[in-house]
Design a binder for this molecule. Structure first.
Ligand code: T4K
Length: 370
């Protein structure tokens, strides 16, 4: 029997509307709607405090945040990155006139394989941009070591990594900067939004200017900035959501456990392991549909869809297969065997805080019934 209502891969959390009202009244009263207003300042501070990030800059979304972050660090030439990501990762490089150099992923973490990075470094390489895919940290230490050895900068696409900790420390503390998404589909949302976790005060100052057209004061423009500011409305949403986020992640963890329990022993279905040293945020629940399973990945995707269950094939196709990237030498399939294999077997199942246990049972039953 198909589900009464479609079940999507995610459903954003919204706090009770009345909790937003005092903030909206403040906005209506002050008529300060954007440009670093009081709620923006308050949210920036509160978020930094919540995550333990000292130099945090809010932005309008993660894509603009990546564009601003790369510019703030003066990154040019070539950047080594993952083909197994959302297309915004590579687009942010291209918008800065940078050539992405795709390197294959590690089959266990689904993020840049540090053993393959050095072979891709050329005199034009200025940085590495790994992705903490599904919120699982990349090999931060190994990548930092390589970066130091070759004088490269590290920009983390941390779009999925809100609240993720590695050995009790925020994963955002690695690298020169990290950019997180606060989009509607993420663990913590401000409808649209994002932030940059900067290494130091100077980087944050450059970011602050670049997200505001490059203005350093009313009459001086010191960089070719753009408009990547978060509005007061989005900041208000963030302030209201902050007190819920730990509970929301805890509920996601319960769903994650339930899926694992129900799918254990299902031949041909494998769940992504979360390393013991990681405090995850359970932003996605990816499974691998392997050869021993009676249906192909797309077959299972369709079978679930017939039941009103809409998983997503994140990330298929690979970024390196999109027309604007596929002619790059690094985009060739023989360079990216693991990414290709994973991309053809991956399926992200629905996970969000108000997904009932009964729905998880139904989804698992459709999968195991095949
Ligand atoms: N780097 C990485 C690694 C990323 O994954 C992303 C974004 C970025 C950078 C850039 O971040 P932002 O600039 O967006 O902050 C979605 C999101 O739009 C995108 O943020 C996300 N990654 C990507 C993985 O997924 P779509 O096109 O797959 O989303 P869509 O609209 O199909 O939504 C998925 C499902 O969620 C829908 O079937 C229904 C549900 N949904 C969605 C929205 C927007 C809702 O229930 N309510 C909603 O408001 O890209």
């Amino acid at each position: 029997m198909p589900a009464d209502k479609p079940i999507y891969v995610t459903k954003p959390f919204l706090p009770p509307l009345h909790e937003l009202t005092p903030y909206l009244e403040q906005i209506w009263e002050s008529r300060i709607l954007s440009n670093g207003g009081p709620l923006h300042q308050q949210f920036e501070e509160a978020l930094g405090h919540h995550l333990g990030v000292a130099h945090l800059a809010l932005v309008a979304n993660c894509t603009l945040g990546l564009m601003v972050g790369l510019k703030a660090l003066g990154i040019t030439g070539e950047v080594i990155t993952s083909p197994y990501s959302f297309v915004a990762s590579a687009h942010s490089l291209r918008w800065n006139g940078i050539t992405p150099v795709f390197v294959d992923i590690d089959p266990d973490t689904l993020t840049l394989d540090p053993r393959r990075i050095e072979a891709a470094i050329t005199p034009q390489t200025s940085a590495i941009m790994p992705v903490h895919c599904y919120g699982i940290p990349c090999a931060v230490e190994a990548i930092e070591t390589i970066a130091q050895r070759h004088s490269l900068q590290v920009v983390h696409d941390a779009a999925h990594a809100f609240g993720v900790r590695l050995r009790e420390k925020s994963v955002l503390s690695w690298g020169d900067l990290s950019v997180v998404s606060l989009h509607a589909t993420k663990v913590f949302n401000t409808f649209e939004g994002g932030f940059i976790a900067c290494r130091d005060r100077e980087t944050k100052q450059r970011v602050d200017r670049l997200r505001n057209f490059g203005f350093a004061s009313e009459t001086s423009v010191v960089a070719t900035g753009l408009n990547a500011k978060m509005s007061e409305f989005n900041a208000a949403l963030g302030l209201v959501q902050l007190k819920y986020v730990d509970r929301l992640i805890a509920r996601r963890q319960e769903i994650d456990r339930l899926y694992r329990q129900l799918l254990t022993g299902c031949r041909g279905i494998k769940c992504l392991e979360i390393p013991a040293k990681v405090q995850a945020n359970h932003t996605y629940f990816p499974i691998f549909v392997e050869e021993e399973y009676p249906l192909s990945r797309d077959g299972l995707y369709q079978r679930l869809a017939l039941q009103g269950i809409h998983g997503r094939r994140y990330f298929y196709p690979l970024i390196s297969d999109f027309p604007m990237y596929r002619d790059l030498p690094s985009a060739q399939a023989e360079n990216l065997p693991v990414a290709h294999r994973i991309s053809s077997t991956i399926l992200c199942l629905p996970i969000y805080p108000d997904l009932p246990d009964a729905a998880v049972h139904t989804i698992a039953a459709v999968i195991t019934a095949a």
